[in-house]
Design a protein. Structure first.
Length: 441
């Protein structure tokens, strides 16, 4: 049998049914409870003769069912270290009233699969699984292992997932190449009428801080100069007014240069043209600056009581190469009040994966094979993913969901009405299969 003999209609039908079942397993995190999802995937793998499966249970006294699973399709090793297909089994919560369909029913209607996780990332997990099953069924000899790594807890910081594996079972992260979420294709890249795929080679680092102030409580009818909430608001006002420079990091310079070369952006990249793009496009804006979102504020007990304490959380996201310590020092200067305490809640940064690799060449070739006129642009994720645990070990990890989504579809990720077309599911299964053929055989 040659690869072209695969009946992709049948494979897509199978993947659609399995994704529908997978969505029905509610792994909303918190609390996660990913064990039934891992067992579901295990069953499919075993039915297909893939028995080299290991489990890593991260459960503790406070959290149960946090199961991670690794399945291996062995190669002879002549091609180097494994290719790891990463996917997380948990999903973010839903606001049910915002949905037109039940987010956990696995509804398939008019060529579309609905539900939380349809894209992020049970959908991609199913693309990875389908590709692996097809390779197994074809009996194609592999020159390196292909690893299917289904991890828990990605949506809540990965403490029970990839970070747990990094701490307790680092051997599971041994790899040459990693394919993960982090970026996807657009049907109309940058407002053009042409499709393109983004492939994330790096990501912005979270720098979550909490600001706390203390003051003197008192009666609301007698204001004094030591109101904790006043102090916090002054600090937040300074943060709002802080003008941070627009910066095009080398990773993004490459993105803009290639987007121009491929004709997606008319203007030659320059400070002016990028500034203009950023003003129109919030994503480009986020990718060209260190951003701060004020996300929570807490203070006060009663209408007529001056509060003694106040706190606010800032979700800062730093460009690759930004030193979080230096950023926090700058923030301290901007707040300009030693009485405002700044506490680090979550700070992480990752190195960038190289752009010129065998994997990138394979992705570009496969994209050309499947989508006429589509380019693959190296990009940076605004969010952080499990790729960081691999990149910090020097492993090449790319964020690449091989699907071409409209802007309307992609905003459903973490939002209402998350869904994927069967056409995109098929494209993803085929592209990952072809990427594996090119890099592992
Ligand atoms: Zn995700």
């Amino acid at each position: 049998m040659s690869p072209s003999d695969i009946d992709w209609d049948a494979a897509t039908e199978e993947a659609t049914e399995l994704l529908s079942q997978y969505i029905r397993i509610n792994t909303t995190n918190p609390p996660g409870n990913e064990e039934p999802a891992a067992r579901f995937l295990e069953k499919i793998l075993r039915e297909n003769g893939i028995d080299d499966i290991s489990f890593y249970d991260a459960s503790d006294e406070t959290s149960k069912g946090r199961l991670n699973m690794l399945a291996r399709l062995p190669g002879d090793g002549s091609g180097g270290k494994p290719f790891v297909l990463v996917n997380h089994t948990d999903v973010v919560p839903v606001e049910r009233e915002g949905w037109d369909e039940d987010p956990f029913a696995g509804l398939v209607k008019d060529g579309v699969i609905w539900g939380r996780g349809a894209v992020d990332m049970k959908g991609m997990g199913m693309m990875e699984l389908t590709a692996m099953l097809q390779l197994k069924r074809q009996g194609i000899p592999l020159k390196r292992d292909i690893v299917f790594l289904a991890v828990a807890d990605e949506e809540a910081g990965s403490d029970y997932g990839a970070e747990f594996l990094a701490r307790e079972h680092p051997e599971t992260l041994d790899a040459e190449f990693v394919l993960n979420e982090g970026a996807w294709g657009a049907t109309d890249m940058m407002g053009s009428d042409r499709p393109a795929f983004n492939c994330a080679v790096s990501e912005k680092g979270p720098c979550w801080v909490k600001l706390t102030t203390a003051g003197r409580p008192g009666h609301g009818s007698v204001p004094h100069g030591d109101n904790a909430l006043d102090r916090l608001l002054r600090a937040l006002h300074n943060v709002q007014e802080w003008k941070r420079p627009r910066t095009v990091v080398p990773e993004l310079a490459e993105f803009f240069a290639q987007a121009h070369e491929a004709g997606y952006v008319a203007d030659e990249p320059s400070d002016g043209s990028i500034k203009e793009l950023a003003e129109r496009n919030p994503l480009i804006s986020a990718l060209t600056s260190n951003t701060i979102s004020i996300t929570t504020i807490n203070s006060g007990v009663k209408h007529n009581v001056i509060p003694a304490t106040a706190e606010a959380t800032l979700d800062c996201r730093l460009l690759p190469g930004t030193d979080p310590d230096a950023f926090i020092e700058e923030l301290r200067g901007v707040i300009d009040d030693p009485e405002v305490a700044i506490e680090r809640v979550l700070v992480s940064s990752t190195p960038t994966s190289p752009i010129d690799t065998e994997l990138m060449s394979a992705i570009k070739a496969v994209a050309r094979d499947h989508v006429e006129d589509a380019t693959v642009l190296p990009s940076v994720s605004t969010g952080f993913t499990d790729s960081r645990v691999f990149r910090s070990r020097g492993v090449t990890a790319y964020g690449f969901i091989p699907a071409l989504m409209t802007a309307q579809e992609s905003i459903t990720i973490h939002g209402h009405n998350e869904r994927i077309t069967i056409e995109n599911l098929r494209l993803g299964c085929q592209m990952i299969y072809d990427i594996l053929l090119r890099t592992c055989t």
